[in-house]
Design a protein around this ligand. Structure first.
Ligand code: FE2
Length: 263
């Protein structure tokens, strides 16, 4: 079975220029190094979805920063694009990133009940995929737009899934936005990283071969937790930052996950 993985779409609504002054300010800050071009961003997403389909996959993970700042029209746009792609919704897992939580406190959850409802179950509930327990995990939280750190929200569910997977000899795949392995730069980790990454790695270390798919760094990364922790993590580059977005592919055979290409 084949997995496709893309990340960091940073979609923007088409009428962003009609925003209030304070909302424009937020947008300009958040989009600092990216052109405020809603059409270019949609085209990049379309290209990434086409590439994923051309490469072939059984399940697609989109690991967060789906939108630039989590406004309802941006989630509506994402829903329209995913439906237009004709990818079956039950083969897609959507994960929220920090950018998806900057607007209304309940914006992401409202979107999962609204325009993204058909993606909700595979985006919020653990499920089995070819001998592998998949855990969609929320690490993003509602916070001021000057902050971008994360915190694994539901450690209890992860632990329960991990225990079940370990007992059953199943694989474990966690999909989340923030990378699970802390940066060595302490200030950077504090400002932008996963605040409880030690806790997450302690949990993951209870499984023989856990894998985390993530985004947030906007670049292709392959990492291993410090020995003897068996956790590995794979980051996908940002779709929004190039007209030529790359898709990561993995093989999943009887619970065992392997990336199919090198950076
Ligand atoms: Fe991002």
């Amino acid at each position: 079975l084949r997995i496709a993985h893309i990340s960091d779409l940073h979609l923007l609504e088409f009428d962003a220029h009609t925003r209030s002054r304070s909302e424009k300010l937020r947008l300009r800050y958040l989009s600092m190094l990216r052109r405020l071009d809603p059409i270019a961003r949609v085209l990049r997403l379309r290209r990434a979805l086409t590439r994923a389909r051309e490469g072939g996959f059984d399940h697609l993970f989109i690991t967060g920063d789906l939108t630039e700042d989590g406004r309802a029209p941006q989630f509506e746009l994402l829903a329209e694009e995913l439906l237009a792609s004709r990818i079956p919704p039950d083969t897609v897992t959507l994960i929220a990133g920090n950018h998806d939580m900057y607007d209304a406190k309940t914006g992401w959850h409202d979107a999962l009940r609204g325009p993204l409802a058909m993606f909700a179950s595979k985006s919020t509930q653990p499920f089995l995929l070819e001998g592998c327990m998949v855990v969609p995990a929320l690490t993003a939280q509602h916070q001021h737009f000057l902050f971008s750190h994360g915190r694994l929200d539901d450690v209890a569910t992860l632990r329960a899934c991990l225990e079940r997977a370990t007992r059953a000899g199943a694989g474990l795949l966690v999909a989340q936005h923030h990378p699970p392995i802390a940066s060595r730069l302490r200030a950077y980790q504090w400002a932008d990283g996963l605040r409880n990454s030690d806790r997450l790695l302690d949990e993951l270390g209870q499984h023989p071969a856990p894998v985390v798919l993530h985004g947030h760094l906007h670049r292709w990364t392959d990492n291993e937790a410090p020995m003897p922790n068996p956790a590995r993590s794979f980051g996908a580059p940002a779709v929004c930052s190039t007209d030529n977005p790359r898709v990561r592919f993995y093989d999943l055979t009887r619970g065992d996950i392997r990336p199919l290409e090198e950076a």
